[in-house]
Design a protein around this ligand. Structure first.
Ligand code: ACK
Length: 318
């Protein structure tokens, strides 16, 4: 009998403070799938101090996930227990009973990922499909009408500011995210940005903090040169990724370095190549992006600098 990774949970992972009874959770549909992970939409009864039913998101693993993915999910669980910030996705509970699948129960972000939100705002043909999928089975009382709205420059700045605030908090508590990208930011009610996907996050005081995994997919186009060459991950390498995220914001979810193969990226960056200023991007905003892409990590701004910068830019925006 071959136990899948999903069932190989050590008893010590079960934390009574967070454990949520499975019979109070009813899975409704799949929101998205990765190679080894899956995000489900569910209804939870009396979760996180709320009475009655609430719509939640459940992170779990697919059957073919291995030890590595299980370790990432459990490490995400441990980290989410420790964090509390309006711009970081909130953990509501978990189900880690040995013998069953691991479920992380997190708050449901009604607008989905920032990347898809940005792309939907371009009125792409595929919007109809995405929107219908997300809304299937959701009753009006707990879901806003599907709005494919245009994004204003002010909203872009507000998203950048909110993400800088969440990242500044992570820096304060000595955490390095390592996978900051628009696909890993969720948009909740009131268009509040919620940084998510903490599977790769590490405490910078941990020994292996500076070394990337030997296997698995690496987000090369979001990675700082020092992460690519020496596997160094710090808050400053998160700032580099944040610069790419701003580029994603301004281009409404385009894929970075179009036409450039990942194999040639490191050499290009080392020799000074950077993405050019996108159309509709102000010189001031491009300057911020470029400062995040300084070869020398020390020359990059901190998230606290970035938060102040965007707060000022928001004030100037009419
Ligand atoms: O843009 P989306 O519909 O929003 O596609 C992705 C998909 O799952 C895979 O990550 C959605 N998703 C992930 N976490 C949540 C969450 N907490 N609330 C709502 N949707 C989520 C995401």
């Amino acid at each position: 009998f071959d136990l899948t990774a999903m069932t190989r949970v050590n008893r010590c992972e079960t934390d009574p403070k967070w454990e949520f009874p499975r019979n109070q959770l009813s899975i409704e549909q799949t929101l998205g799938e990765g190679e080894f992970g899956r995000v489900l939409r569910a209804r939870a009864f009396n979760i996180g101090g709320q009475s009655g039913y609430a719509t939640v998101a459940v992170k779990t693993l697919k059957n073919d996930a291995g030890e590595r993915e299980l370790a990432d999910l459990l490490s995400e669980y441990q980290l989410l227990k420790e964090v509390s910030h309006p711009n970081i996705i909130k953990l509501l509970g978990a189900s880690t009973v040995p013998g069953g699948p691991v479920y992380l129960i997190i708050e449901f972000a009604e607008h989905g990922s920032l990347r898809n939100y940005l792309r939907r705002s371009r009125h792409l043909q595929t919007d109809i499909h995405i929107t219908t999928n997300r809304l299937h089975n959701i009753t009006p009382e707990h879901y806003d009408e599907p709005k494919i709205c245009e994004i204003t420059p002010k909203e872009i700045l507000s998203f950048a500011w909110q993400i800088a605030n969440g990242m500044s908090y992570l820096s304060d508590i000595k955490l390095v995210h390592r996978d900051l990208a628009a696909r890993n930011v969720l948009i909740g009610t009131g268009k509040i940005c919620k940084i998510s996907d903490f599977g790769l996050t590490r405490d910078i005081y941990e020994d292996d903090a500076y070394f990337k995994r030997s296997k698995g997919r690496v987000p090369v186009k979001w990675m700082a040169p020092e992460s690519l060459s020496d596997h160094i991950y710090t808050n400053k390498s998160d700032v580099w990724s944040y610069g790419i995220l701003i580029w994603e914001l301004v281009t409404l979810g385009a894929s970075p370095y179009p036409g450039i193969v990942v194999q040639s990226l490191f050499h290009l960056l080392k020799t000074g190549y950077r993405m050019e200023r996108p159309e509709n991007c102000s010189v001031a905003l491009y300057k911020v992006m470029r400062s995040c892409w300084s070869l020398d990590p020390e020359k990059r701004p901190t998230f606290s600098d970035l938060s102040i910068k965007f707060e000022k830019m928001l004030e100037d925006e009419v």
